[in-house]
Each structure stands twice: as structure tokens, then as C-alpha cells.
Design a protein around this ligand. Structure first.
Ligand SMILES: Cc1cc2nc3c(=O)[nH]c(=O)nc-3n(C[C@H](O)[C@H](O)[C@H](O)COP(=O)(O)OP(=O)(O)OC[C@H]3O[C@@H](n4cnc5c(N)ncnc54)[C@H](O)[C@@H]3O)c2cc1C
Length: 534
């Protein structure tokens, strides 16, 4: 069987979406935007793209690890944000790396890093390349001789499992499905499922402080990291495996979220869980979003800790097929390897009822298989969630601006914050695109002290200016988020795209301290220039 081909210009596999579904999407969007006939841009093919000659040559000693092959250079130019896909559709690959390297051992990695240091080439660490913030794009200036994208795909093994402490030593370049496959043999799971799970890597999750699918408790990868091994241009840092420690600032925390600027994470000990046996799921409809928000706050502070507690506003519920467009919908779920969950679900539904929540036939009693989250509204939403990145690529070809942004804020400020962000987003879409467009929201994660809202923008772009229009919209909503007290990102990371607002959010003295760390670990500033710190 021939292996499925990955797109070099967008999300996932070339055959990831059937032509029938594509046609359905085009028809639905034509109706929504009142377009009689789409003027479609076809996805790029390699022969149409002219790449500049590599600025650096691969030394003889590294020829077996490095390539300047066109397909590899194209595939390593971008992450997977809307900005990235639009530029790929424009056949614009001006920031392609000069060289792509595929080390298989730490020694090989060190040799590549030494070479980058010697010739002052930028070294961009590439995990799964699913960054949505410009994290892997080799955008460099002429202070650098060129750029090398260092792909960690060969670091793809679960190396050791400690069943007693429920932990595993895992290499950083391994993708989500391979982690779970190897842990399943021992009836264990990392239980970390970002939407990009299929193609993103453990090292990428740690480097970006990624957020998984689960709505409460261990939402970020941070909580699952027990220790790290990191290669820096100045040497190796390996931290101690501990369940907890009060010994000064945490060295792990310094590298978690460092986005390839301080070192290359090669492996991590991570905390595992037993595989869930029991599951229950329900969807609850609320007359309006704010009623749902009140219920979600009570749930987040109830100590019930649902695994799924995702509140969709009416627009988002409608778009995913999980709602009628008039009511907000809460996706609720619990899971456990240990006990039946009906008592938890019953109590959670009581909380929802207090705020006008209505649940129906699809309330599912505890089951001992995964079907609980695959049926009814919950299942419909799950399918839409998995297909969404493929659909996004189709919409880009139609000239539709389609992108997300996400943040977090404490409960006491949420209502005013959400109103302000929605107003800013709708105003920006209206003024910049000339149409009303669609701005919808869901709450993806909830903490006892506040939610993480996630917004989706869809608008008809002006042909040829979609990217510039999105950049303006993004700037407007980012200003609103920062001025209203939120974070520029809850889990998508900073990268290059969020830098202006991250620089406003972080305290100045902290920025100086971070720069000192950078100078110590990467004195020639070869690691991922432009990301996080200059
Ligand atoms: C459709 C879609 C859905 C997504 N859903 C989620 C989601 O649910 N939750 C979420 O948090 N994010 C999500 N993302 C964003 C993205 O998947 C995450 O940021 C993810 O953690 C990136 O992992 P990666 O392996 O692809 O890293 P890459 O994109 O390859 O790299 C990301 C950054 O980390 C650095 N890096 C990568 N590996 C290492 C390493 N081993 N050592 C040091 N630095 C490294 C890179 O240099 C870069 O700066 C989504 C993205 C897409 C396109």
C-alpha cells in the first residue's frame, strides 16, 4: 500500500477530505455568504513554486542527516495557521529554510547545532509543524547566514515505563497516536489530546505549553511533565524526576513554553494515567450563552471536575451541527478508570438545571466503552471538531477569512471581557471586510477561577487581500484582549505572531531576566530568532 501523502501547504493528508464533503462545504458557504459562484484558488503544486537557492551548503560530515530537497524545504516553511495556509495558496515560500536536518541521536543533534553555531545559521526546531503562531517559520534577517529546520521525527520512541510511579520516558519528536499506541500495551495513557493530536509531538506540546482536550484539572502539558532533557548550544540540561519539589524556581518550568528559543527538548519523563474504563456524556441546552456561563462557573467550582465541559455559543453550536442556532450548548462528560460516574453526572446536570439548562434523550449512563462521547450532539460536535482543520483549508481556497483566537480571564471579569472582545471582533470584521461575517465563541477549558474562551472568525475576504485583512482583524482583537486584562494566548503559544502583545503582557523585568537566560544558554542567538525574545 502506498503511504498517504501529507500536504506541504496545509493540514494533514492530501486525501483528508472527500470531494463530496468539499462540495457540501462550498455549497453551504455560498448560501451563507450569498455567493452565486466561487472563484476558487487551487492549492499549490510544487512545480509552481520558485524557491531561492540555499544560502548555505551542507558540510560533508552532515550530508547523511541534512537535505536541501525542495519538497522538504517547502514542507518545513510554515506551521498550520490561517496566515500560513493563505501564503501557501499565494505560492509564497520566501522564508523556506535553506536546509532541513533529520538527526536520529543526540550526538547527531549536537553536531548539527554546533554547525549552526559555527556558521551563524538560525536553528529552528520542528516537531510536528502544527504551530499556529509562526513558531516554526524561518523568518530571519541578514545577521544570519541562513536557516536550518531541525526536524525531530526520528526521536519517536517511548523509552521506558515506570508502572509503579505511573510515568514514562518518551522522546520528544513522537506524535500523539504513536505515544498512545506504545502506552496502550501497558494499559496506560498520557491522556493528552490537543485537537492537533494526530500530527503534533510531545516536544512541541512541552515547548508551547499546549492545552489538551480535557476541560478541567490537568489542562496543560505543564502538569504532566515530571522531568526534561534539553540540549542547548552550551551543553545538556537534565532535570531530576520528582513528583513535586519546592527547591527554588523550577528548571522544568523554564524550558516548558520556551518555544525552541532556549534549547532542544529531546526527551521527557511524563506522568501517566490508567486508561479510562467508565465514561458518561451529555449535552445541555441553555436559553443563552450567559446562562450557560453561570452554570459552567458553578461546575468549575463544584469539585466535580468533568473531563469535558465545553460551552458553545448558539452560533458555534449551529456551525458544528450540535445546536439549532438559538440556544447555547454545553458538552459535558466524565471518565474514570476506577468508578461508575452516574452520581457525578446527575449532580452536574442539577447544577445546569439551576440556570435553565435542558437536557434530553442523549444523556448517557456510565458505559464501559468509548461510545458515550461518540453519539448524539456530543458525537456530532466531536466529528466536526476533528474535521475542522481540513475544512479550513477548503475555505481558504474560496477566499474566506477563517481563523481562531483564544485567551483566558478570571470569572469576575469574564462578562465584561467577553462582551468587549466580541464587540471588538465584530466591529473589526465589519469595518475591515465590509461584511458582518461571523464571530462565535466556545469555552474550551474551565478553572475554578476562570474560563478560557476560544473565538472563531469567518468573513468573506477581499480577493488578494485576505491575509492583510485578517492581520488587521487579529491586531484589533489582540489589543482588546490585552487592554481588557486577558492573556494573548491560553494554549496556542506566542511564536512570532503574538510577539507584540506578549511583549505588552509580560513584566519588563521578567523580559530582561529571560534575555539573560537566553544569553547564557544560546549566546550566539541561533535558536528560533524572533520567537519570544530578541
Ligand atoms: C488544527 C490545529 C489544532 C490545534 N489544536 C491545539 C490544541 O487543541 N491545543 C493546543 O495547545 N494547541 C493546538 N494547536 C497548536 C499546535 O498544535 C500546538 O502548539 C502544538 O503543541 C505544536 O506541536 P508541534 O509538535 O506541531 O510543534 P511545532 O509546531 O513543530 O513547534 C512549535 C514550537 O515549539 C518548538 N519546538 C517543537 N519541538 C520542540 C522541541 N523538541 N524542543 C524545543 N522546542 C521545540 C518549535 O521551534 C516551535 O517554536 C493546534 C494547531 C492546529 C493546526
Amino acid at each position: 500500500m502506498t503511504p498517504r501523502k501529507m500536504k506541504f501547504w496545509g493540514w494533514g493528508y492530501e486525501d483528508g477530505l472527500s470531494p463530496q464533503v468539499q462540495n457540501q462545504v462550498e455549497a453551504a458557504m455560498a448560501k451563507r455568504f450569498g455567493v452565486s459562484e466561487w472563484k476558487k484558488t487551487p492549492p499549490p503544486v510544487i512545480d509552481e513554486i520558485s524557491l531561492k537557492q540555499p544560502r548555505i551548503n551542507i558540510p560533508q560530515s552532515l550530508k547523511h542527516l541534512c537535505t536541501n530537497d525542495t519538497h522538504e524545504r517547502l514542507s518545513h516553511t510554515y506551521g498550520k495557521s490561517y496566515r500560513d495556509v493563505v501564503r501557501a495558496f499565494r505560492r509564497d515560500f520566501m522564508n523556506a529554510p535553506d536546509i532541513v536536518a533529520f538527526p536520529g541521536t543526540e550526538n547527531e543533534l549536537i553536531n548539527i547545532l554546533d554547525w549552526c553555531n559555527d556558521i551563524h545559521a538560525a536553528a529552528i526546531i520542528y516537531g510536528g509543524g502544527t504551530s499556529v503562531v509562526g513558531g516554526v517559520e524561518p523568518e530571519i534577517d541578514d545577521r544570519y547566514s541562513g536557516s536550518v529546520s531541525i526536524d525531530l521525527r526520528n526521536f519517536n520512541q517511548v523509552l521506558e515505563i515506570d508502572k509503579v510511579s505511573r510515568a514514562a520516558r518518551i522522546q520528544a519528536g513522537i506524535r500523539g497516536p504513536a505515544i498512545e499506541k506504545q502506552l496502550k500495551e501497558q494499559d496506560l495513557t498520557l491522556r493528552f489530546f490537543p485537537q492537533s493530536f494526530e500530527f503534533s509531538t510531545l516536544g512541541g506540546w512541552i515547548a508551547t505549553r499546549a492545552g489538551g482536550h480535557f476541560a478541567t484539572l490537568h489542562t496543560h502539558i505543564d502538569d504532566l511533565v515530571q522531568s526534561l532533557r534539553v540540549i542547548t548550544p552550551k551543553g545538556v540540561v537534565e532535570t531530576r524526576r520528582l513528583p513535586g519539589s519546592g527547591a527554588g524556581p523550577s528548571p522544568d518550568r523554564m524550558f516548558i513554553g520556551s518555544e525552541g528559543t532556549l534549547g532542544i527538548i529531546t526527551e521527557a519523563w511524563v506522568r501517566l494515567q490508567d486508561r479510562p474504563v467508565y465514561r458518561t456524556a451529555a449535552s445541555v441546552r441553555f436559553p443563552d450563552f450567559q446562562s450557560g456561563v453561570k452554570a459552567v462557573r458553578v461546575l468549575s467550582q463544584s469539585g466535580l471536575y468533568p473531563s469535558n465541559c465545553r460551552l458553545l455559543d448558539a452560533g458555534e453550536a449551529h456551525d458544528s451541527g450540535a445546536g439549532d442556532g438559538k440556544t447555547a450548548v454545553l458538552m459535558l462528560g466524565f471518565e474514570s478508570h476506577d468508578h461508575l460516574l452516574d452520581v457525578w453526572m446527575i449532580r452536574a446536570l442539577e447544577c445546569c438545571k439551576e440556570f435553565g439548562g435542558v437536557y434530553g434523550q442523549d444523556v448517557i449512563k456510565t458505559r464501559k466503552d468509548s461510545s458515550a462521547s461518540r453519539e448524539g450532539d456530543v458525537g456530532t460536535w466531536r466529528n466536526a471538531f476533528i474535521q475542522a482543520p481540513y475544512l479550513r483549508d477548503v475555505l481558504v481556497g474560496l477566499g474566506i477569512i477563517v481563523e481562531t483566537f483564544e485567551t483566558a480571564i478570571t470569572w469576575d471579569r469574564f462578562e465584561a471581557f467577553h462582551t468587549g472582545v466580541m464587540e471588538a471582533a465584530k466591529k473589526a470584521v465589519r469595518e475591515i471586510s465590509g461584511h458582518n461575517g461571523w464571530v462565535t465563541c466556545r469555552i474550551t477549558h474551565v478553572y475554578p477561577d476562570g474560563p478560557a474562551p476560544y473565538y472563531i472568525v469567518k468573513a468573506l475576504g477581499k480577493p488578494g487581500s485576505e491575509l492583510e485583512q485578517w492581520d488587521e482583524i487579529k491586531a484589533a482583537v489582540s489589543e482588546a484582549i490585552i487592554s481588557l486584562g486577558g492573556t494573548i494566548t491560553h494554549h496556542h503559544a506566542v511564536g512570532r505572531d503574538h510577539r507584540p502583545w506578549y511583549d505588552k503582557q509580560r513584566p519588563d523585568l521578567f523580559a530582561s531576566a529571560l534575555k539573560s537566560v537566553k544569553r547564557t544558554l544560546d549566546p550566539c542567538y541561533i535558536l528560533n530568532p524572533g520567537v519570544l525574545i530578541d
